[in-house]
Structures are given as C-alpha cells and as structure tokens.
Design a binder for this molecule. Structure first.
Ligand SMILES: NC(=O)c1ccc[n+]([C@@H]2O[C@H](COP(=O)([O-])OP(=O)(O)OC[C@H]3O[C@@H](n4cnc5c(N)ncnc54)[C@H](OP(=O)(O)O)[C@@H]3O)[C@@H](O)[C@H]2O)c1
Length: 169
C-alpha cells in the first residue's frame, strides 16, 4: 500500500496512485512478480485492469459481490472472480499449497481483512506528500491492532519510505 504522510491512500477523490514515486512503482512490481497469488477487490481491479496481463504461474483472485459481471475477463488458473466468504477463500488458497498471498486493495476490503484477522504483514510505502483529503487505507471502523516494525528503508532523496510491519493480533 502507498500513502501520503497525512495517511491518504488516494489523492483527493482521484481514482489512482499515479502520484506514487517511481521507486514505489518498481517496489510494487517486484512484489507482484515475486508472489504467486494476488488478491484484490472488484473496484481496484476495474481501476488496474488495463495494466493487468494474466500470466501462467500467477493467480489473481478478484473478490467481488458479482462475479458474473466479470465473466468475460476470467482466465482459468490465472484470473478468477469470486464472492466466497473471505475466510473460506483463504482456506481454499492455502489448501492449494499457496503460503503467501498479496492483498492489493483499498480501504473497504482492507477493513474486512483486518476485522477478520486475515492479514499478518503490512508492506507500506510512505510518500513525502500531503493531500489534505483522500481515502484512508482502512475504512472507518473501530480496530485496535498493534504492529511491530520489521524493516525500514529510505528509497530516494526526497524520502520515500518503505516500511514493513508484522501484525500482532
Ligand atoms: N494507495 C494504495 O496502495 C491503494 C491500493 C489499492 C486501492 N487503492 C484505492 O482504493 C480505492 C478502492 O478501495 P475499495 O476498498 O473501495 O475497493 P476494493 O479494493 O476494490 O475493495 C472493495 C470491493 O471489493 C469487493 N468486496 C468487498 N468485500 C467483499 C466481500 N465480503 N465479498 C465479495 N466482494 C467484496 C467489492 O467489489 P464489487 O464492487 O465488484 O462487488 C467492493 O466494491 C480506490 O480509490 C483505489 O485507488 C489504493
């Protein structure tokens, strides 16, 4: 996830993260290339769709309340759309032998994953920017989750930070 210093995951009401630094984009591409299963929400998928190229050996699972809406995009074993309950979905993917899942989603789906205690690590980029308004990384809720900083790296001169936290439930 990428946020501004004032904690915004979007700039104002703009739909994308084109404001993120080149270093963040490289970092994200590396994470994506190293992970065999990616999960995202329907809205994030629609926004990122033009950049997504299904590929053998990488499974992208899009969580949506209406999988039929995306039927034409489905690619067997590479791009699937599901409305399975989140815990069941994770169990199914674990049962298929996947040990690590990368969640690439916005505040609403993130909130559900945190509420269900399904996240064990946060990979966060903090960009040295302030937007004043925009979306959060977790939608309004009452959570009380402790984190432990695992790693911290300054990625460029301006001070983009790569942070990794372990989630302590
Ligand atoms: N800064 C960052 O790193 C970052 C990363 C990703 C996204 N974003 C931003 O986040 C915003 C979108 O956030 P978002 O959370 O609303 O969208 P999202 O990531 O697509 O997640 C919400 C969507 O997931 C699906 N969903 C959620 N809970 C579900 C459930 N229990 N069962 C089935 N489907 C479920 C729904 O898709 P359907 O609508 O298809 O039913 C819902 O609209 C965008 O503005 C994007 O720019 C920021």
């Amino acid at each position: 996830m990428v946020i501004s210093v004032d904690g915004k995951s979007t700039k104002w009401d703009l739909p994308d993260q084109s404001w993120a630094s080149e270093e963040d984009q490289i970092h994200l591409r590396k994470l994506v290339s190293e992970t065999k299963v990616l999960l995202m929400g329907g809205k994030t998928y629609e926004q990122a769709k033009s950049h997504i190229k299904p590929k053998e050996g990488k499974l992208r699972v899009v969580v949506t309340r209406d999988p039929k809406k995306f039927a034409a995009d489905e690619v067997y074993n590479q791009l699937e759309f599901t409305n399975e309950p989140l815990e069941k979905l994770i169990e199914r993917l674990e049962g298929m032998g996947f040990e690590e899942l990368l969640l690439l989603s916005g505040e609403n789906l993130n909130k559900e994953f945190f509420e269900k205690k399904l996240i064990n690590e946060i990979i966060l980029t903090v960009e040295p920017k302030i937007f004043g308004s925009g979306r959060s990384i977790i939608a309004d809720s009452k959570l009380d989750i402790n984190l432990k900083l695992k790693s911290m790296e300054r990625a460029n001169d301006q001070g983009t930070l790569f942070l990794t936290y372990e989630v302590l439930y």
